[in-house]
Design a protein around this ligand. Structure first.
Ligand code: C5P
Length: 256
């Protein structure tokens, strides 16, 4: 049994991120750091500082470094090598960067593990499918992708698996189709999570935490509902506890 919540630390400064990690590390499964923090502070600095604090609890030690890499294979392989460091549990590349690029990332991680500290787990490499802020109209009308989101996501998941990735980032609405295509060992990490009491914000294809777990998601990425909860809910830790209660009340008892 493990805690499936990864809190998205979409804040601009390290002290703000550290405050959230200290507050939440005992009640979540890990933290996601993304472009906002990494571009202003630096990836090694962010990873080392946050994992040192997060790792003091039993559950909150793992970091998902969400940089959504996409470039030519050689460049992505080099970036992937830099992410093989203690504290990084998972990172991601854009699946629409293509098979050669994804394979280069997976192989670079394997190769870098040979010189990693003893006992360090291999970071999982995930493929980003279609951003949850992109809906069918945007996909077809603006990006000129003829497939509907579900078909496009399933297609990209299949490519990611064939290229040797460990799983994908996708919407909860797509987890069942991905499971049917890629099997139960292929990991699904799901953003676009909104408890009923939270604002949707810019997310379009959303689901509640309990419904997302019911759909078969392995991890839930939750940002603003936890980091900026409505005042009626309270502090980030109150929002997290409320989400855990809602998950358990819905019978999704995977939270210890
Ligand atoms: O605040 P919110 O819960 O919407 O945060 C969701 C997080 O998940 C953000 O950090 C966003 O960048 C990330 N994400 C996403 N959709 C994807 C991949 C990542 O919303 N497909």
């Amino acid at each position: 049994m493990r805690n499936p919540i990864l809190v998205a630390l979409d804040v601009p400064t390290l002290p703000e991120a550290l405050r959230l990690v200290e507050e939440l590390r005992d009640v979540v499964g890990g933290f996601k750091v993304g472009l906002e923090l990494c571009t202003s502070v630096g990836v090694p600095q962010v990873v080392d500082a946050l994992s040192a604090v997060a790792g003091r609890s039993g559950t909150g030690g793992s970091l998902f470094v969400d940089l959504k890499l996409k470039d030519i294979p050689n460049t992505v392989a080099g970036a992937a090598r830099g992410l093989v460091r203690p504290g990084v549990a998972m990172f991601n590349v854009h699946a629409d960067g293509g098979t050669a690029m994804m394979r280069a990332a997976a192989e670079a991680v394997q190769a870098a593990m040979a010189s990693a500290p003893a006992g360090m787990p291999r970071p999982l490499v995930l493929g980003v499918t279609v951003l949850t802020s992109i809906d069918a109209a945007t996909l077809r009308g603006e990006l000129q992708v003829a497939a509907d989101p579900l078909d496009q996501v399933t297609h990209l998941a299949r490519l990611a698996q064939a290229a040797g990735l460990d799983g994908v980032v996708c919407s909860a609405h797509e987890v069942a189709a991905i499971r049917a295509t890629c099997g139960s060992d292929f990991i699904t990490v799901v953003p676009g999570i909104r408890p009923e009491w939270a604002d949707a914000g810019d997310q379009r294809r959303v689901l509640t935490p309990a419904d997302a777990l019911r759909s078969g998601a392995d991890y839930l990425v939750i940002g603003r509902p936890i980091t900026r909860p409505p005042t009626s809910v309270g502090a980030p830790i109150d929002a997290t506890r409320r989400i855990l209660d809602e998950i358990q009340a819905a019978g999704e008892a995977r939270v210890v």
